[in-house]
Ligand binder design. Structure first.
Ligand code: G1P
Length: 297
C-alpha cells in the first residue's frame, strides 16, 4: 500500500472469532457461527473481503476451541483442488479464500473475558502500528466498503476511528454508544465520549458502534489494566473511552447497508437482500419474495 499522507498505513486487522454463538444453537454446536453462510459464502468471508478491499494484508484471528474450520476455510484444500482440476472444473470460486502464506495468524483467547480481552490477546502480533478490527457479526455492504471508507477518513484525520450508525432509541442498550461532538465532514464526527450498553435514558445519543474500528496500538496498553465493565466483561469500548482526549477520535457514518447477523432476523434479512442484489440470483429471489409476500395478510 502506498503511504500518501505520512501516516502509518493500516496493514493488519484483528477478527475476534472466539465467541460461542449460543444464539444460533443448535446450528453452532459443531460449526463456528462465523462459518454460517449468507447464500454461499461464510460470514467471515464477507469481513475478510472488506478488509482486503481496504488494503489490509495481515489477518489476525482471535480464535478459541472448536474454531479450526475458520482457518481451514482460508487454507489451500489440496485434495479438493486436485479433484476439481482432474474433473476439469474451474477453481476461481475458491479465489476469495486464498491468503498469502504468512498473512493469516491465529491467537487463542483461552477464556471468554470479553471483547476488550479478545483484542488484547492479539497485542504481540499487532505490535506497534495502528490496526483495524472487524466484528464479523456485523455485515457491512457498500461500495466502497465500510473499512475502505474508514481508511480514507483515517488518511485525513489519523488517530482512532469507529464506524457508527443510528438505531431506534430502544435498541441502544445492546451496543456501544457515542457522545458525538463537532461534525468534521459529512460522514465524519468527533467522538467526545463512549459508553458500553447504556440504559436507554442514560445513552448520550442513538449512534452506536457498528463493529469496525481503526485503533492506535496504545489501546493495547490501555486494555492491559482495563477492569470489567458492562456484563462483567472487559470492554473494548471502556478502553477506547479512556483514550479520548489523548488522541484524535472520530466516528465514520458508513454510506452503505448494515445487517446485524448476530441476530436471526438480521441473518435472514441479509440473505434475502444479498440474493436480490446478486446477478445470478436476483430473478429467482424476486419471484420467491413476491410469492411469500402474497401469502402475508
Ligand atoms: C460489541 C461491542 C459494542 C458494539 C457491538 C456491535 O458488543 O462491545 O460496542 O456496538 O459489538 O455489534 P457485543 O455485540 O459483543 O455485545
Amino acid at each position: 500500500m502506498i503511504e500518501i499522507t505520512g501516516r502509518k498505513p493500516i496493514r493488519k486487522a484483528v477478527f475476534p472469532v472466539a465467541g460461542l454463538g449460543t444464539r444460533f444453537l443448535p446450528a453452532t454446536k459443531a460449526i463456528p457461527k462465523e462459518m454460517l453462510p449468507i447464500i454461499d459464502r461464510p460470514l467471515i468471508q464477507y469481513a475478510v473481503d472488506e478488509a482486503r478491499e481496504a488494503g489490509i494484508e495481515q489477518l489476525i484471528f482471535v480464535t478459541g476451541r472448536g474454531k479450526v474450520s475458520i482457518v481451514e476455510h482460508f487454507d489451500t484444500a489440496f485434495e479438493l483442488e486436485a479433484t476439481m482440476t482432474g474433473r476439469g472444473k474451474q477453481l476461481d470460486v475458491l479465489d476469495a479464500t486464498r491468503i498469502q502464506p504468512g498473512n493469516l495468524v491465529t491467537v487463542r483467547q483461552q477464556v471468554p473475558l470479553g471483547l476488550g480481552h479478545a483484542i488484547w490477546c492479539a497485542r504481540a502480533i499487532v505490535g506497534d502500528e495502528p490496526f483495524a478490527i472487524f466484528l464479523p457479526d456485523e455485515l457491512m455492504i457498500g461500495s466502497p466498503g465500510c473499512m475502505k471508507q474508514m481508511v480514507e477518513a483515517y488518511n485525513q484525520v489519523g488517530g482512532n476511528l469507529i464506524s457508527v450508525l443510528e438505531v431506534p432509541h430502544n435498541q441502544v442498550s445492546s451496543y456501544g454508544v457515542i457522545k458525538p461532538g463537532a461534525r468534521v465532514a459529512e460522514d465524519l464526527t468527533e467522538v467526545l465520549g463512549l459508553v458500553e450498553k447504556p440504559k436507554e435514558d442514560e445513552a448520550p445519543s442513538n449512534l452506536i458502534i457498528s463493529g469496525r474500528y481503526i485503533l492506535q496500538p496504545e489501546v493495547m496498553r490501555t486494555l492491559e489494566n482495563q477492569g470489567k465493565g458492562a456484563g462483567g466483561e472487559i470492554q473494548l469500548t471502556d478502553a477506547m473511552a479512556r483514550m479520548i482526549g489523548g488522541q484524535p477520535f472520530h466516528a465514520v457514518t458508513f454510506a452503505g447497508r448494515r445487517y446485524d447477523c448476530g441476530s436471526k432476523a438480521g441473518f435472514v434479512e441479509a440473505t434475502l437482500e444479498l440474493a436480490l442484489a446478486r446477478e445470478d440470483m436476483a430473478k429467482d429471489a424476486r419471484a420467491l419474495i413476491r410469492r411469500l409476500a402474497a401469502q402475508i395478510d
